[in-house]
Design a protein around this ligand. Sequence first.
Ligand code: 3PG
Ligand code: MG
Length: 391
Amino acid sequence: MSITRMVDLELRGKRVLIRQDLNVPIKDGKVTSDARILASLPTIQRALDDGAKVMIMSHLGRPTEGEYAEEFSLQPVADRLSELLTQTVRLEKDWLSGIKIQAGEAVLCENVRFNNGEKKNDRALGQQMAALCDIFVMDAFGTAHRAQASTHAVAEFAAIACVGPLLAGELDALSKALKSPGRPLLAVVGGSKVSTKLTVLESLSGLVDQLIVGGGIANTFIAAAGHCIGKSLVETDLIPEAKRLIAAATNTGSEIPVPVDVVCAKEFSESAAATVKSVGDVQDDDLILDIGPDTAAYYAKLLTSAGTIIWNGPVGVFEIDQFGEGTKSLANAIADSSAFSIAGGGDTLAAIDKYGIGNKISYTSTGGGAFLEFLEGKTLSAVAILEQRSK
Ligand code: 3PG
Ligand code: MG
């Protein structure tokens, strides 16, 4: 990779704008899993130690652009960062027109996605961000597949644009791990973001020997197999696509298993009663919120005999204990498997935290969608612009 690296630049006294992925789960104003913050910390610490004026940007969730909403504020992240750095990290709400900052200080800019034009990679917005700094550091691996103003346009216009240590490390580690993976290669792709992932599944299904789908994605496959999915999260228009993927996998001797049993509830809430059902018994008023124990046992068996495991996304609503058993058994099977395991994604990191298996995963990536795209062999948009700027 021929990209200018932050670690090779003189940062003293410079205004350094770092794009991190601090998109972490938050509940009641507190960060519930700080894995992504911890991963970003060495970059921030390094810039501070080098005497830079450190400005940090991140997105949080998917708010409506142009509207401030407290639930998407980065204040809890600023609080956690302050604790971890043992120095105050001020949250700057109004930062686009300029930030007052001293060398050795760190400031967190409020959610970039509150700005109009962020998602469509608005050039004028990127120019405003670029004007804040002498050096732009792209370090958000988890968001490197998005061409947005804070990951792409800003890099186009900043005086100097470089790659941060976290992003550089991720790219190096993942390329090495995926060069010649041990077989069978198994991918677990779950989570609630369905359509963004179904396209990824398309290319993944050509690479892997087994593909386990979970969460909202699995519902689309369950429907494709002809079962009732009740009121579950699903993307009806993608059912033909799911059917095609199942058929294609069968033809090439790979496998996309469909759950044989599921955990259902009549409502989505923390106190909802969980009922295990055979996949053929789901009622019109049911919500599928997890895989059932027989399915989990079968998946665990596949994981045990895998050579390489790629894990992105929980297979159920694991944040609620009664819908977390499927994700828990998968997590434990991955932890116990002798396969080289690579896990990534915000929710996945939170699940790894919850089940305490962090030290049993071979490589933990901060990226979810980004690492799946990397795996597909795509050049990540934010990396492409850095390459261009480094010529
Ligand atoms: C993630 O958690 O997947 C990344 O932070 C990217 O978020 P996004 O999918 O909302 O762009
Ligand atoms: Mg994601």
